[in-house]
Design a protein around this ligand. Structure first.
Ligand SMILES: NC(=O)c1ccc[n+]([C@@H]2O[C@H](COP(=O)([O-])OP(=O)(O)OC[C@H]3O[C@@H](n4cnc5c(N)ncnc54)[C@H](O)[C@@H]3O)[C@@H](O)[C@H]2O)c1
Length: 465
């Protein structure tokens, strides 16, 4: 069990120095060129991201997962890696053999896994969303900063060709001042809108530690697949990624284990959006959504975030849509439909569509033909990262591990896009507006439920302190 006391104790005991020796000590073939990584929670997206890490230049030496059957596919890709079921054991036994840790667990495990890795002074990459609650986010970000480790969150790149072109257009005034942005996702592609936990129990698969999977969250009996229990018979199950109730993948729809469509895709959309508009915290958030139960995110939601002026940038509003909801389509798009994933930047002089239908091939279009023609030859002045976005996220992290520049979605930056999703989810869950004071970390209007939900409630003997 990881507690705050154990975490701080670990930090002190670690007194550890980073295990990567600087290039200057050994020259070109220094041990510093070899950065070893241990993956925790690798059976899902880890199956795709660990090979990307290898391509980027990491050496994958240890893998940990609770479900070895599910993780078999990634174990096969790294037969030389030492295998574990318990991440604390992995961190203890791999102490001097692992330079960096990748966390690919479900959302409700991110904080404890991150804090355990930080306590060992391991460089750290966590899948998005970094945490599930605002207080967890503050704790992880400040602990990582204090430990001086290199961090990265796996949100879609904010320094690829499309993002850089967007910043160039905005800097050149191509659409004037941005006063509104609309961001949307076709998610959820997993069940949402459930009104209660599964009311049946299935045998726990051989060798799978369900209690450990639940970890610090609310305990519910194991239920395998929705099958005939499907919560919404008419909802197209083809749209879902599998039929699991909780594990794997479908934890996303439950308040206790996931962060809904906004937590899942909001970080991706917000990564470039926050950088482009220099956003930090919204001061006011309101949600409008389909029915919200006590346990699960709604089928569809629309969330409005208001931001104060920043430097020369005026106040602006960001509106999030999911579950099939879309913003009104700009007239300038004619008969062309909106892409399934994207952001519209609405300025005082024009509109830009950032299409992320295929994130690795995102496109940026000024919608008004006259303005598009005027800025068509705007020079490309900002440096772009390699177009292989998914590998590049890890190349950036590798460079940072070796003492280079911080990765583009390092925890200090990721804090804002993570809290964006938390605050939106607070407005969804409480069905009430929220006014947020980020310094005091308080909801200042009459919304006691939201104030409570800024803080994680750990169960089953786990605690943050
Ligand atoms: N582009 C991206 O960055 C991206 C894409 C997909 C998912 N994600 C994120 O990755 C996370 C996992 O999503 P997924 O779809 O891979 O889920 P998943 O359920 O398919 O996989 C999660 C894995 O973690 C394992 N696990 C759970 N608790 C663990 C623990 N305490 N110790 C060790 N292993 C544990 C599970 O057994 C499973 O193999 C989510 O937070 C999700 O938002 C990020």
């Amino acid at each position: 069990m990881t507690t705050r006391k154990r975490f701080i104790g670990g930090m002190l005991a670690a007194g550890a120095v980073p295990t990567i020796v600087p290039h200057s000590v050994f020259g070109k073939n220094a041990p510093s060129n070899r950065v070893t990584v241990g993956g925790i929670g690798v059976g899902g997206i880890g199956n795709a991201q660990l090979p990307q890490m290898k391509k980027a230049g990491f050496e994958v030496v240890a893998l940990c997962d609770l479900d070895w059957q599910y993780a078999e596919r990634v174990f096969k890709k790294f037969p030389q890696a030492r295998k574990y079921k318990d991440y604390e054991e992995m961190l203890r036994l791999e102490g001097d053999k692992v330079d960096a840790v990748y966390c690919g667990c479900p959302d409700h495990w991110h904080t404890l896994v991150c804090l355990a890795a930080i306590a060992k002074k391991k460089h750290l990459c966590c899948v998005k969303p970094l945490t599930r609650f605002v207080d967890e986010c503050r704790l992880v970000v400040s602990a990582a900063r204090a430990a001086g480790i290199a961090t990265q969150v796996t949100a879609n790149s904010n320094c690829d060709e499309a993002s850089m072109r967007l910043y160039e257009y905005l800097n050149a005034g191509a659409i004037g001042d941005v006063v509104e942005a609309h961001a949307w996702s076709r998610r959820p592609v997993w069940p949402q809108g459930m009104v209660s936990y599964a009311d049946w129990e299935d045998p726990i698969p051989e060798g799978f530690n369900w209690k450990k999977w639940i970890g610090p969250a609310k305990y519910v009996p194991f239920a395998a697949k929705w099958g005939k229990h499907a919560p919404y018979e008419k909802m197209s199950k083809e749209a879902w990624c599998g039929d699991a109730v909780y594990h794997p993948f479908n934890f996303r729809g439950w308040f206790e284990y996931g962060a809904g469509a906004l937590g899942d895709m909001g970080c991706h959309r917000a990564n470039t959006l926050y950088k482009a508009l220099d956003l930090k915290w919204p001061t006011h958030v309101e949600a409008s959504c389909s029915r919200v139960s006590e346990v699960a995110f709604p089928l569809a939601s629309m969330v409005t975030f208001d931001y104060p002026a920043r430097g020369t940038k005026p106040e602006c509003r960001v509106i999030w849509y999911d579950g099939g909801l879309l913003p009104p389509k700009p007239k300038a798009m004619g008969a062309t439909p909106l892409p399934q994933e994207g952001v519209l930047y609405v300025g005082t002089k024009g509109t830009i569509l950032f299409s992320s239908q295929k994130p690795a091939e995102a496109t940026v279009t000024i919608l008004e033909p006259a303005r598009a023609a005027q800025f068509a030859n705007l020079p490309r002045t900002l440096p772009r990262r390699n177009p292989d976005m998914f590998r590049e996220i890890f190349v950036e992290w590798l460079e940072a591990c070796k003492g280079g520049a911080p990765a583009s979605c390092n925890f200090d930056f990721a804090q804002y896009i993570t809290e964006f999703t938390h605050l939106g989810n607070l407005a969804i869950r409480t069905a009430k507006p929220i006014d947020f004071d980020p310094v005091a970390m308080k909801i200042t209007n009459d919304n006691a439920a939201a104030n409570k939900l800024l803080h994680a409630s750990y169960e089953n003997g786990y605690t943050l302190g």
